[in-house]
Write a protein that binds this ligand. Structure first.
Ligand SMILES: [Zn+2]
Length: 387
C-alpha cells in the first residue's frame, strides 16, 4: 500500500477503531481473511510452479530458449488468471462467491508485492535484509507438512484391532519430514513471540502503571474449551514480559489477586454478582441497573484498584489497612499470605526481604532489579515490594 502523503499545510489526525462484530459478521470477517490467504497461497503456488518446472528442465539439459516461460506475478495478471481458475479449481469453485472479490484481490496483491520484493532483493536493489522467496502462509504449510509426516513410517504403530501402540525404527523419510515440520512449527512460534514482544513493549511504553490479573492459567488450561485460546494468547508470557519491561522503564506493575472478582463486581456501585458465565459479554448490574461491556467493567475495576494502590489511600495499597477479603469471591485453594509491610521508598532504598512464597518471586526480582515496583492486590493479602 502507498504511504499517505498529506498536502502541504494539512495536519493528519489518526483514528483507531475497534470493530465490534456480531456472530454473523465475525464469521464473515474470518471467511474473508481465509479467502485472502487462499488466494495468496494459490498465487505463490502458481507462480513458483514455473520456477520449479524451469529448474527441472535445466537439469535435463534443455537449452535456455526452450525452457517453460516464467509465469507473471503482476497483480493484473494474477487477477486475470485467478478469475479463470476460481470457477473450476476444486479449491475455490464451491465457495469463492461467498466472499467479496476484494478479499481475493488483497491476497493476490500481497503475493505480487512479495514476489516484487524478492525479485528486487535478488537484483540487489533492495535495502535491508535479503528477502526470501514468497512462502505459503504458515498454517497451510504446517498442515501440509504434518500430513506428510503422518503418511510416512513413523516411530509408533497403532494397531486398530488390539488398540495398542508399539515402537519401531522410523524411516529416514519420516525423520526428514518430521524435521521439516518442526522447523515450520518453530517459525510459527517465533512469529507469535515477536507479536507478543511488540504488544508488551507497546503497553509498557505507553503506560506507567499496568494492572495484570493473576489468573489461574493452569486451572483454565484444564477447561477444554478455554485451553486452546489461552495457549494461543500466551497469557503467562504476556504477564511476565510486562512485569519485566515495566521494571526496565521504572514503571509499576500491579498484579491483581486471582480471587479479585474484577468481572463480577459492578464498577458503578460495587455490588458483586455470585456468578457470571463466560459467554455473558455484557455486564448488567441487578442493584443499580448499570449496563456495560464485560471487559470494560473489569478494566474499570482494575483501574480503580490500581489507583487505590498507587495513591496509598485505598485499601489495597495501604499496608496498615485491615482490608476485608475480596467481596463475593470464593477463595478456594490459596492459603492467606503472611502479611508483609515495607516502607514504600525510592528505588535503592529498602532492602527486599526474603519471602516465603516462591510463586511470584521471579517477577518481583526482575522488576525490583531495575527499580520497578510490583504490588500484589488486593485486600488482606497486600504486599508491596520495592527495591
Ligand atoms: Zn451496580
Amino acid at each position: 500500500m502507498k504511504k499517505f502523503e498529506p498536502q502541504p499545510g494539512f495536519v493528519v489526525q489518526a483514528f483507531r477503531f475497534a470493530l465490534d462484530p456480531n456472530a454473523t459478521q465475525e464469521a464473515a470477517l474470518w471467511s474473508h481473511c481465509g479467502a485472502a490467504r487462499a488466494a495468496y497461497n494459490w498465487a505463490v503456488g502458481w507462480v513458483e510452479a514455473s520456477w520449479w518446472q524451469r529448474k527441472a528442465e535445466e537439469s535435463y539439459g534443455i537449452p535456455e530458449a526452450d525452457l517453460t516461460e516464467w509465469r507473471p506475478w503482476s497483480l493484473p495478471k494474477l487477477r486475470k488468471m485467478f478469475n479463470e481458475v476460481k470457477k473450476t479449481d476444486p479449491r475455490f469453485c464451491g465457495w469463492w462467491e461467498e466472499n467479496s472479490k476484494e478479499a481475493y484481490s488483497t491476497g493476490l496483491a500481497n503475493a505480487a508485492a512479495a514476489f516484487d520484493n524478492y525479485a528486487e532483493s535478488q537484483r540487489g536493489e533492495r535495502k535491508g535484509k535479503t528477502v526470501g522467496m514468497p512462502r505459503f502462509t504458515s498454517n497451510k504449510l504446517l498442515k501440509r507438512l504434518s500430513r506428510r509426516v503422518s503418511r510416512r513410517q513413523g516411530p509408533a504403530v497403532y494397531d486398530p484391532v488390539t488398540g495398542r501402540t508399539t515402537r519401531r525404527e522410523p524411516s529416514k523419510r519420516w525423520l526428514k519430514a518430521n524435521e521439516d515440520r518442526n522447523k515450520v512449527h518453530h517459525r510459527v512460534a517465533d512469529l507469535r513471540t515477536d507479536a507478543l514482544h511488540k504488544l508488551t513493549s507497546g503497553i509498557t511504553a505507553e503506560y506507567v502503571t499496568v494492572v495484570v490479573e493473576d489468573l489461574n492459567v493452569a486451572g483454565m488450561l484444564r477447561n477444554r474449551r478455554l485451553a486452546r485460546k489461552i495457549q494461543d494468547a500466551g497469557f503467562g508470557e504476556i504477564r511476565r514480559q510486562i512485569t519485566d519491561k515495566a521494571g526496565w522503564t521504572g514503571g509499576t506493575t500491579i498484579v491483581a489477586n486471582r480471587w479479585y472478582p474484577s468481572s463480577k463486581t459492578c464498577s458503578n456501585c460495587g455490588v458483586v454478582k455470585a456468578k457470571l458465565s463466560l459467554h455473558v459479554r455484557v455486564f448488567t448490574c441487578d442493584a443499580c441497573g448499570l449496563v456495560i461491556d464485560r471487559d470494560e467493567n473489569a478494566a474499570t475495576n482494575l483501574a480503580a484498584l490500581a489507583a487505590a494502590s498507587t495513591t496509598g489511600t485505598g485499601l489495597a495499597g495501604d499496608p496498615d489497612a485491615r482490608a476485608s477479603k475480596p467481596r463475593g469471591a470464593d477463595q478456594k485453594t490459596r492459603a492467606t499470605r503472611t502479611r508483609r509491610t515495607m516502607d514504600a521508598g525510592r528505588a535503592g532504598g529498602a532492602v527486599p526481604q526474603q519471602r516465603k512464597e516462591t510463586r511470584d518471586r521471579h517477577q518481583d526480582t526482575q522488576a525490583s532489579r531495575f527499580g520497578g515496583t510490583v504490588t500484589d492486590l488486593p485486600g488482606g493479602n497486600v504486599r508491596i515490594a520495592e527495591a
